[in-house]
Design a protein around this ligand. Structure first.
Ligand SMILES: NC(=O)C1=CN([C@@H]2O[C@H](COP(=O)(O)OP(=O)(O)OC[C@H]3O[C@@H](n4cnc5c(N)ncnc54)[C@H](O)[C@@H]3O)[C@@H](O)[C@H]2O)C=CC1
Ligand SMILES: O=C(CO)COP(=O)(O)O
Ligand SMILES: [Zn+2]
Length: 357
């Protein structure tokens, strides 16, 4: 668990990654990181179909060169069945630690399997598409429903900026949407703290908000194929992950805009990327908060992230359906959505913010 509180809120236990390595070519430092963490044998590399050739095999070869036994397994769908398959594979091959090498789904499966087996996990993202690359949560899908499960934080995060800069730019822009969503997540958290006296951390909220503000202020310098942009986004994702660890929940980085994204995952035929949907959700929820939604929309446009249903590739009717459904996604998490939007109110917010036209 990230943070534990006793009944008086006096006891805290924050779980953070020990090594965070960001830079050009740092994939070649995997074995040094493992040695530093005393992870010296029986690794299981969990990677994706396309990310195997991009980074999975580099990690495998480099650990094998250091004399380690290393197995490699492909995993892309983040379901409990898949976690179980990987967990069984790990037991059979005597795995002592996991490396998740790839995108969000691959990392989540490796993270949860490692947590269940109580062995260390190292995150090696090949894209900076959301803050799950560093967080202590795993999102697992069951049909169209996604559940966010508490897991152990990675022992280390190794983010090679050259590899991430060569990934499709859409993934990096999505990562920016996930960071910018901290703006409304923190407003929702403050609201819940005022109205329902929920546990609130000034430090976690300040860190999450500041991270989003820095990115919004630098929006014009986030560009495709630039390692400087990748560095900025990865550092922001790490900061968001740390904010969640301080809070002991995803509250600083997930509010009503995330509930909207989770609702879209349920209703849309073909949902967009998590971070893309959260970015559009932030525009909508900032409008509901009475805040500067145009500033959010302008920053996303500068970055090249979607700001409309059309750019998300999702029909207007699903945006409206998701807006009306959002408050039911996580009823225990109070947000600006309150007891929900009526269909006509949903249409007004979506039209005024130009998410639908
Ligand atoms: N654990 C957590 O806290 C969080 C987890 N999630 C979960 O993460 C998942 C979404 O993750 P995403 O990364 O957005 O999508 P994804 O895992 O579906 O990956 C998107 C695509 O990017 C490709 N890709 C990755 N790196 C690449 C590279 N270097 N070059 C070419 N292609 C590359 C992958 O092969 C995949 O086809 C969802 O299941 C979502 O629920 C989302 C947010 C937070
Ligand atoms: O995506 C997240 C933070 O960016 C995690 O949030 P959830 O708790 O909504 O899965
Ligand atoms: Zn997110």
């Amino acid at each position: 668990m990230d943070v534990t509180h006793d009944m008086n809120g006096q006891k805290k236990w924050m779980q953070l990654p020990r090594n965070v390595v960001i830079g050009n070519g740092v994939i070649n430092e995997v074995r040094d990181v493992c040695t530093d963490l005393k992870l010296i044998d029986n690794a299981l590399v969990v990677t994706g179909k396309s990310t195997k050739g991009i980074a999975g095999e580099i990690v495998q070869d480099s650990l094998q060169d250091a004399g380690q036994n290393v197995e490699l397994v492909i995993s892309e769908s983040a379901s409990m069945k898949e976690v179980e398959r990987i967990r069984k594979h790990a037991i059979e091959s005597g795995t002592r630690y996991f490396l998740g090498v790839g995108s969000g789904k691959t990392i989540d499966v490796a993270k949860l399997a490692a947590t269940e087996l109580e062995v260390p996990f190292i995150s090696v993202p090949t894209a900076a598409s959301h803050d799950g690359i560093v967080s202590s949560r795993a999102s697992i899908k069951d049909g169209r429903t996604t559940t966010s499960i508490q897991a152990n934080a990675p022992m280390a995060v190794i983010a090679d900026t050259e590899i991430i800069a060569n990934a499709p730019y859409r993934l990096l822009a999505a990562g920016c949407g996930d960071i910018i969503s901290n703006c409304t997540a923190v407003l929702d958290w403050q609201l819940a703290s005022r109205l329902q006296n929920v546990q609130f951390s000034e430090y976690a909220a300040a860190l999450a908000s500041m991270t989003a503000q820095i990115l919004i202020d630098s929006a014009d310098s986030i560009k495709p194929e630039l390692e400087s942009s990748v560095r900025m986004v990865v550092k922001a994702l790490v900061s968001s992950g740390v904010a969640m660890s301080i809070a002991g929940s995803s509250r600083p980085a997930s509010g009503s805009e995330h509930m909207f994204s989770h609702a879209l995952d349920r209703v849309a035929d073909e949902p967009a990327l998590h971070g893309e949907q959260c970015g559009v959700g932030t525009i909508l929820m900032m409008y509901l908060h009475g805040g500067d939604w145009k500033r959010i929309s302008d920053a996303l446009k500068l970055i090249g992230a979607p700001t409309t249903a059309k750019e998300l590739g999702i029909e207007d009717k699903y945006i409206l359906e998701a807006l009306v459904l959002s408050h039911t996604i996580r009823p225990e998490r109070y947000t600006i959505l309150g007891t929900g939007l009526t269909p006509d109110a949903a249409e007004i917010v979506a039209r005024k913010t130009k998410v639908i036209s």
